[in-house]
Design a protein around this ligand. Structure first.
Ligand SMILES: NC(=O)c1ccc[n+]([C@@H]2O[C@H](COP(=O)([O-])OP(=O)(O)OC[C@H]3O[C@@H](n4cnc5c(N)ncnc54)[C@H](O)[C@@H]3O)[C@@H](O)[C@H]2O)c1
Ligand SMILES: C[N+](C)(C)CC=O
Length: 490
């Protein structure tokens, strides 16, 4: 494997202080594809110290934004140069199809390009001061040392949403990727070094969440934690981060409703309902796994989905005709199996799937069949809980109000969709749906210019867009009296 299988701390490529390592496996066939350091609290502390020193005594935070933008633009060019290598690494590590990984790399280059382009476009704000002969202005400054923790499903994409805005705003950082999918994150640190990111500014620690990750959340020397991952972990991080009232950005899970009205374009809605769920075997925070279908078309819609799902080609992500790869790990497969079994027990009807495939070529991978439940109601756990796998639940509705109420009956509020040809109805629904993103006649579309994040327990804060910069900035009001006079009060 043509990457450094090491951590990157204070500009040096290093092993874990403990000497421990972890094998990284391909979820398609369980082959070991790399062996990387298993960092822990000690490594995290070293990385935090490097980032602290670089922020407090280095030049990065005061480097002109134009120069920081130029370095981020150079990173974009290097991602474009190594696009195929990155895509191959991501598919080997996650099991997702190479076509999906190539699309991810396009998106990632787009994120770095977007932030490089806007790096020097915001110079603060002059305030209309109510005090005569004075200047009142707001300037934006970096937050400081940022801990960044990412999940395994979109390893480099989620990393890019954190790295690019943190760098252009002059922060220093420590990133800890998921311990099971670190490869493309290691590679991007190689590219950041090549692009000229100064020593100590960007640090990479590998290892488990409860060791290396917990140290980042609890350290008094970290000023901000940006976390993408599960809700249970997010709550732990929020608690640990309270130790020094860190700034906090949480991108957590979702159970995303997709409302299908009878007046929608039927074939497109069927096709996009499938696209909305089954990329990366449903392991997407915004997967539209909670279908809410108008009564009049419910049976036809379900039948059309099932017919299409019967044809899915599961297999090696590097085969051109593979549509869906494996789940990420044996542990995650067991979770999805338990989730589906519990759904059957609570009375949902399995229309298709519900087991592992029996095909000979798939037995070494963590595969699960595309699965669809009907006869679902909002009270069921299978409807309320995030599946994070290839599993759809279908509920019925009769009125628009009912559809919106069902869609909002959730602890989550990440994303949702509405399919209808009535634009006024669509806008009415979108306004009432309590989610960070609502797609009308589309699903799972995101781009760097628009913010991403959740309502309710799906998170705090926003990534991407201009709001993604605000996460990494402090606003400071500077007031200058140009004609100071004594008050003669005391
Ligand atoms: N909202 C979004 O944009 C978004 C995007 C991708 C994934 N997700 C969510 O991520 C979840 C799946 O990812 P996952 O299984 O990797 O999540 P996870 O919460 O298990 O792990 C995420 C990261 O947190 C680390 N971690 C674990 N315990 C920790 C602790 N105590 N302290 C600090 N760090 C810790 C892990 O090592 C990993 O790097 C799903 O719930 C999915 O919805 C959300
Ligand atoms: C945010 N997104 C859709 C890229 C990945 C969620 O898992």
């Amino acid at each position: 494997m043509n990457i450094k299988q090491l951590q990157y701390i204070n500009g040096e490529w290093v092993k874990a202080a403990s000497g421990e390592t972890r094998d990284i496996i391909n979820p398609f066939n369980q082959e070991v594809i790399a062996t990387v350091p298993e960092g822990n609290e000690t490594d995290a502390k070293a990385a935090i110290a490097a980032a602290r020193e670089a922020f407090d005594h280095g030049d990065w935070s005061t480097t002109p934004a134009t120069e920081r933008g130029a370095i981020v633009r150079r990173i974009t060019e290097l991602i474009e140069r190594d696009h195929e290598e990155l895509a191959v690494l991501e598919s080997l590590d996650t099991g997702k199809t190479i076509i999906e990984s190539r699309g991810d790399m396009d998106d990632i280059a787009g994120v770095f390009r977007y932030y490089a382009e806007i790096a020097d476009k915001e110079g603060g704000e002059l305030i209309a001061s109510p005090v005569p002969d004075s200047v009142s202005k707001v300037v934006h400054e970096p937050v400081g040392v940022c801990g960044q923790i990412t999940p395994w499903n979109y390893p480099l994409l989620q990393a890019s949403w954190k790295l690019a805005p943190a760098l252009i705003t002059g922060n220093t950082l420590i990133m800890k990727p998921s311990e099971i999918t670190p490869l493309t994150t290691i590679k991007i640190f190689e590219l950041m070094e090549e692009a000229g990111v100064p020593k100590g500014v960007a640090n990479l620690v590998l290892g488990a969440g409860h060791t290396a990750g917990a140290e980042l959340s609890a350290s008094l020397d970290v000023d901000l934690i940006s976390f993408t991952g599960g809700i249970v972990t997010g709550k732990k991080i929020m608690q640990a981060a309270s130790v020094n009232v860190k700034k906090l950005a949480l991108e957590l899970g979702g159970k995303n409703p997709n409302i299908i009205f009878a007046d929608a374009d039927f074939d497109t809605a069927v096709d996009q309902a499938l696209n909305g769920v089954f990329f990366h075997a449903g392991q997407i925070c915004s997967a539209g796994t909670r279908l809410i279908v108008e009564d009049k078309i419910h049976d036809d819609f379900v039948n059309a989905l099932v017919e299409r799902m019967k044809q899915f080609k599961l297999g090696d992500g590097f085969d051109n005709d593979t549509q869906m790869g494996p789940l990420i790990s044996a542990e995650h497969l067991a979770k999805v199996e338990a989730y589906v079994n519990a759904g059957v027990e609570e009375g949902a009807t399995l229309a298709i799937g519900g087991s592992r495939p029996t095909e000979a070529g798939l037995q070494d991978g963590f595969f699960y069949l595309p699965t669809l439940f009907t006869d679902c109601t909002s009270e069921m756990n299978v409807v309320q809980d995030e599946a994070f796998g290839p599993v759809i639940t279908v509920e019925r509705f009769q009125t628009e109000e009912e559809a919106v109420a069902i869609s909002n009956d959730s602890i989550y509020g990440l994303a949702g969709g509405v399919w209808t040809n009535d634009i006024v109805k669509a806008e009415r629904c979108a306004k009432k749906m309590r989610m960070g993103t609502v797609w009308i006649n589309d699903f799972n579309l995101y781009f760097p210019h628009a913010p991403w994040g959740g309502f309710k327990q799906s998170g705090i804060g926003r990534e991407l867009g201009k709001l993604g910069i605000e996460e990494y900035s402090e606003s400071k009001h500077i007031f200058q009296n140009l004609n100071p006079q004594p008050m003669n009060w005391f």
